[in-house]
Structures are given as structure tokens and as C-alpha cells.
Design a protein around this ligand. Structure first.
Ligand code: ADP
Ligand code: MG
Length: 382
């Protein structure tokens, strides 16, 4: 197993556009790292550079402390699982799963004779490995629950089964690291949740380094030991899911994570008589001591305050012990069964250009209503 390090890695497909810009990323041995970001932000390109399927324009990549920047894909000791499974249609499941190993330990007859003659010891080791391929395939197929499908062809399998075969093909190779490119995005919602859980379990069992690419922030939050958020080829933030969620580094990360993303309010952070207040139009929010930013509040600077939808308390009348932030009208309620997104027009907020001043709150649908308090986060405007 191995650590994977990207040092100042860039990829340009043309002079004008950088698909990936000076990416620094260190994935620890046995870590599950999720690379997340919107479509086109450079995730696949990053993964393909790690796999060696794409040349870097500049920078270095090391896998297990070996510089592999210019090493061919087959010599990098990694396995990649794609969104479209990429199974060989003319081979059975068994053949699909064993193909990589057969290439590595087998080769054609002449090559094997030459090797036996040239290096008897390594030839014996390889032949032993070659003999064990069927057992390895059976064992991995058993683990993934596809033992009964080994003699079928890919066209005779469902999407979920194909995805398991693609996984199995990667696992039998026992690579130093696994790379996944949106492997669950072609599955229906229910199966996706199931496979997500299985992947996490598999990671625990194999103890392997895994780099997982997705545009789905729920997948990122649930799967990753750490998540790396990318936008337009640039890494925005890396950290454990809860840290990235609760302490987003900038507006992009704040808006990208969470459903819906943070409400971003422009205003001023002012300090008077030791009390910290966020003011925006007719709205004033008291900030508690643990919400104090690292920088000095100043009334001359416009800042952005991020408020999670689930951190907004909706009440008809201000309740005792709760500081009223503002009054608004409910414009739209989107109910999801257990929760609802409540879009509220806040006349007290200043108009943000063409956008009407509104915020979104997330309310639990139950007799008790919401339990959370307002917990805003402040960003300094760059
Ligand atoms: P993601 O996987 O995050 O959706 P990609 O890594 O596929 O994004 O693409 C990043 C950017 O690089 C996009 O703007 C895409 O159009 C561009 N790109 C990707 N592959 C190529 C290529 N082979 N030639 C030219 N541009 C490419
Ligand atoms: Mg992609």
C-alpha cells in the first residue's frame, strides 16, 4: 500500500486553458480521499495523471515514495475503476477479472520460455502466482457477492452487478492504490446508497489507499476520511468532511457543500462595547464569542457572512432567550418528507443586484419544529 503525492501538478490541454493548476495534494497511506467539485473542474484529469493515462504539463507525482511522473500506467501499480465500468464485452466475468493478472504473470508461451531460461527464480515465482489466479478471482468474487455470475458476459448483468465486477477486477490485482472516477453515478439512487456503504466497508477491510472522484457532495461527505474540494482546476480546500463543512475556506466551498449551500449575506462586522454584531441593511445579528473571526472586526470593510440553512430558527413570534434576526415572508416551501427547504424573503436585507433579498432555511418536519440555533460564519471579502 502506498502514499500518493502530487507536487505542483498542472495540466494544460491548450495555451489558454489550464484543466489543473499547480495542484499540491498528499494522500496518506490507507487513506480514503475524495476529490469533489463541479463538472469540468479537473477531477478526471487529475485522476488520469495519477494513473499515467495523461502526461502532466508540469509537476511531479510520487506513489509510495517512487517518482512515477514519467512511468507508464502499467508500471504504476494502481487500479482504476471508471463510471462506465469499461468491462471487455467479449469476455466472461471470470475472464474480465483475471485478465490483468494473466497479463502480469502469464504472457505468451515464447515469453514464458524465455523468462524461464533467463531468470529461473523469478519465473518460478510468477508461475506460482499464475496458478493462483483462479483462487484469487473466486475469493474476491465471493467477497463481492458475484460468485454466481462468473460465467456470464457483461451484457447479461445489471448495472450494479457490472459495477461489482469492475470493482472485483481492481481488487484482484492488489494494487498499491485504487482510483475511482464517479463509479456510482450510473446506478439508481437506492443501489448507490448500498454500494456507498459497501465501498466504505471494503476500504476498511482492504486497508488500501483510495482516491475517489465525484461531483456529488453527499458521496464526498459520507465516504471521505478527508475531502479535497476543487473548482476550475484549482484546489480550494482539503480536510476532514466536518471541518470543510463547518469551516469552509471561501465562498465557493461554502456554497458547494450542503443541500442547499450556505446563505451568503454581505454586511459589516462591528464591535461596540465588547459586543460583536453583524449588520446588513435592517438586520443585526449578535455573534457569540466562539464565532469571533481570527481577524479584527472593522466597520469600514464589507464582509460575507455564511449561514447554514439548518442553523436558522424559524418562529412565528420571537421566543424568549432567542435573539430575533429579522422578519420575513415565506415565499416557497420545498418539502422532502423529513425536512423542508423554506425560502424566505427578508425585506430587511439589502438588495443584492438583480437577486431579491432572500435566505433559505432548512426545517425539520416534526411536531417540535427546529432545534438548532443560529451559528453564522464570517468570511473576509477578498
Ligand atoms: P471533471 O472530471 O471534473 O468533470 P475534467 O478533468 O474531465 O473535469 O475536465 C477538466 C477540463 O479540461 C474541462 O474544461 C475539460 O473540457 C477539459 N478537458 C478534459 N480533457 C480534455 C482533452 N482531452 N482535451 C481538451 N480539453 C480537455
Ligand atoms: Mg470527470
Amino acid at each position: 500500500m502506498a502514499r500518493v503525492v502530487l507536487n505542483q501538478v498542472s495540466k494544460r490541454f491548450s495555451d489558454t486553458v489550464a484543466a489543473v493548476s499547480e495542484l499540491n495534494l498528499e494522500v496518506a497511506d490507507r487513506e480514503f480521499l475524495v476529490l469533489v467539485g463541479p463538472s469540468g473542474c479537473g477531477k478526471t484529469t487529475t485522476l488520469r495523471m495519477i494513473a499515467g493515462l495523461e502526461e502532466v504539463s508540469s509537476g511531479e507525482i510520487t506513489i509510495g515514495d517512487r517518482d512515477v511522473t514519467h512511468v507508464s500506467p502499467k508500471d504504476r501499480d494502481i487500479a482504476m475503476v471508471f463510471q462506465n465500468y469499461a468491462l471487455y464485452p467479449h469476455m466472461t466475468v471470470r475472464r474480465n477479472m483475471s485478465f490483468g493478472l494473466r497479463l502480469r504473470y502469464g504472457g505468451n508461451f515464447i515469453f514464458r520460455m524465455w523468462r524461464r531460461w533467463n531468470d529461473a527464480e523469478s519465473a518460478a515465482r510468477r508461475e506460482e502466482q499464475f496458478r493462483q489466479i483462479p483462487q484469487r478471482v473466486d475469493q474476491v468474487a465471493g467477497t463481492l457477492g458475484i460468485g454466481k455470475l462468473l460465467d456470464r458476459y457483461p451484457r447479461e448483468l445489471s448495472g450494479g452487478e457490472r459495477q461489482r465486477v469492475a470493482l472485483g477486477r481492481a481488487i484482484v490485482r492488489e494494487p498499491a492504490a485504487f482510483l475511482f472516477d464517479e463509479p456510482l453515478s450510473n446506478l439508481d439512487a437506492k443501489l448507490r446508497v448500498e454500494m456507498r456503504r459497501e465501498l466504505k466497508e471494503l476500504h476498511r477491510r482492504l486497508g488500501a489507499t483510495m482516491i475517489y472522484v465525484t461531483h456529488d457532495q453527499v458521496e464526498a461527505m459520507t465516504l471521505g476520511d478527508r475531502i479535497a474540494v476543487m473548482d476550475q482546476g484549482v484546489l480550494q480546500q482539503v480536510g476532514p468532511p466536518s471541518e470543510v463543512y463547518h469551516k469552509p475556506a471561501n465562498r465557493f466551498v461554502a456554497g458547494f457543500l450542503g443541500t442547499p449551500g450556505m446563505n451568503l449575506l454581505e454586511g459589516k462586522l462591528v464591535e461596540e462595547n465588547g459586543r460583536l454584531q453583524f449588520r446588513s441593511g435592517g438586520i443585526a445579528l449578535e455573534m457569540s464569542a466562539n464565532q469571533r473571526p481570527e481577524w479584527e472586526p472593522s466597520s469600514s470593510r464589507t464582509i460575507v457572512l455564511g449561514v447554514r440553512p439548518e442553523a436558522i430558527l424559524l418562529t412565528e413570534e420571537p421566543s424568549p432567550g432567542c435573539l430575533p434576526a429579522g422578519r420575513g415572508q415565506v415565499e416557497l416551501v420545498e418539502s422532502l418528507g423529513d425536512v423542508a427547504y423554506v425560502h424566505i424573503r427578508l425585506p430587511g436585507l439589502p438588495d443584492a443586484g438583480d437577486q431579491a433579498p432572500r435566505i433559505t432555511a432548512k426545517a425539520t418536519i416534526s411536531a417540535d419544529g427546529l432545534t438548532d440555533r443560529l451559528t453564522p460564519l464570517a468570511f473576509r471579502e477578498e
